[in-house]
Design a protein around this ligand. Structure first.
Ligand code: ZN
Length: 107
């Protein structure tokens, strides 16, 4: 519920600032490592937006894979691992962020 709540409050603030009559679409980028269940998120979100300017909004969620890169040889992986095939230590970047890319509204 926590994330749906903060997303809702965030978008409501944007809508108020723009004096929007209606918010039609929210495009989100969500890191896969957050392990957020999109169905659960949408369900919680729908409860929150009931009766607000967001009530007919469409959630467009795009999942972003983390970037796993070896600090020794620079090889990149798409799966989460601790070590590279060369034995080097990898760094994991991204995959933990939520970015609101776009909020479409009618003013
Ligand atoms: Zn390596």
């Amino acid at each position: 519920m926590g994330f749906a709540q903060s997303l809702f409050e965030h978008v409501i603030r944007i809508a108020e600032k723009n004096k929007a009559k209606k918010v039609s679409k929210i495009s989100l980028e969500m890191g896969e490592l957050l392990l957020i269940n999109p169905e659960q998120l949408e369900f919680c979100f729908k409860v929150l937006i009931n009766g607000s300017v967001l009530k007919d909004v469409e959630l467009d969620i795009e999942f972003v894979k983390p970037l796993v890169k070896c600090m020794a040889c620079g090889r990149e992986y798409t799966d989460i691992r601790s070590f590279c095939e060369c034995g080097g230590i990898v760094s994991v970047e991204g995959g933990k962020d939520i970015i609101i890319k776009k909020v479409e509204m009618e003013v």
